[in-house]
Each structure stands twice: as C-alpha cells, then as structure tokens.
Write a protein that binds this ligand. Structure first.
Ligand SMILES: [Zn+2]
Length: 165
C-alpha cells in the first residue's frame, strides 16, 4: 500500500494496462500520482513530450481544456486578471484559451518555456495540467507555487485522463 504524497492517507492502485502505467489515487483527497517506475528521467521525458501532438489541431485536447475552463475557471472569471500556466508544454493551448477570455497569461515549462517568468510576480490563478502526477515531491512544488499566488488566488492542478473515472 502506498500512501498519498499530499495527505499521507491510503491510496487505490489504478493500472492503465494499454499503456503499462500505474497510478495511485488517494482515497481521502483524490490526489493522483504515478508509480515511481513510470516517472522517467528528464531526458527521455522531454523526448516523450516532444512527440505529443497537443496543439489546436487536436480537437479532443482543445475540448478537454474548454470543459475545464467551463467548470473550474468560468465561475471565478471576474476575479482572474492574471494567470500562470505552470508546465504548459510545447503547444500551450490552455494559455491561449485563457488569453482569449481576457486573462493575462504567463507560460512556464521546464522544457519548452524554461524562463522563470513568475519570479517576483503574484497571480490570481495558477494552472498545472498533467504535471503534478509526475512530481516526486508535490507538496514542495505546491508550496513554491503558493508564493506566486495572490491572497485570493488559487492553484488548479489537473490530470485529464483519470479525473473522469
Ligand atoms: Zn491524499
């Protein structure tokens, strides 16, 4: 039994047989993370992400973010002027969609937008999609991000494949 990296409670094992990926989902807080065997080194990780076809030409991918915005952003949109897309990837679809909503969006990605543009700034919203399940110490990363969040701002982490299960 593995314990949740966020709250330390029991987790449920979820195996994606097709992709041979093992996840754990916390029974208490719902946090999902990858088994260590599926956390790959950063060099092969970059190669993997470069193969992703996650741009505006991928309709399912765009739809996923539109749904996400409807549910998680739209209700609070009046209070969101600035956002950081942390781990935006190669084709920053979410950043562009947020920008179209009139939000000023900064992008950061360890591989594709490595400049730490968030330093010295505070954001109303920080989004992080398909990032936290790969991080071995998510609490530390959340603490770091919270330094860049406004008093009434919020951080939204999101793992699209498993959230619907
Ligand atoms: Zn938990």
């Amino acid at each position: 039994m593995y314990l949740c990296r966020i709250c330390g409670q029991n987790t449920k094992k979820i195996v994606d047989i097709k992709k041979d990926i093992t996840y754990y989902r916390c029974k208490s807080c719902g946090f999902i993370y990858l088994d260590n065997k599926n956390i790959i080194d950063s060099c092969s990780e970059k190669k993997h992400y470069e193969k992703h076809n996650n741009g505006f030409d991928s309709l399912g991918y765009v739809k996923m973010f539109e749904d996400f915005i409807d549910v998680a952003i739209e209700p609070y949109i009046k209070s969101i002027k600035t956002a950081l897309d942390f781990g935006c990837g190669k084709g920053p679809v979410l950043a562009e969609l947020l920008h179209r909503k009139g939000i000023e969006v900064d992008k950061y990605d360890i591989y594709f937008y490595p400049k730490e543009v968030y330093r010295g700034k505070k954001y109303d919203l920080i989004t992080s999609t398909e990032v936290f399940e790969h991080i071995k110490e998510p609490i530390e990363s959340l603490k770091l991000l919270s330094q860049y969040t406004n008093k009434n701002g919020y951080i939204h982490t999101f793992l699209h494949n498993l959230n619907k299960r």
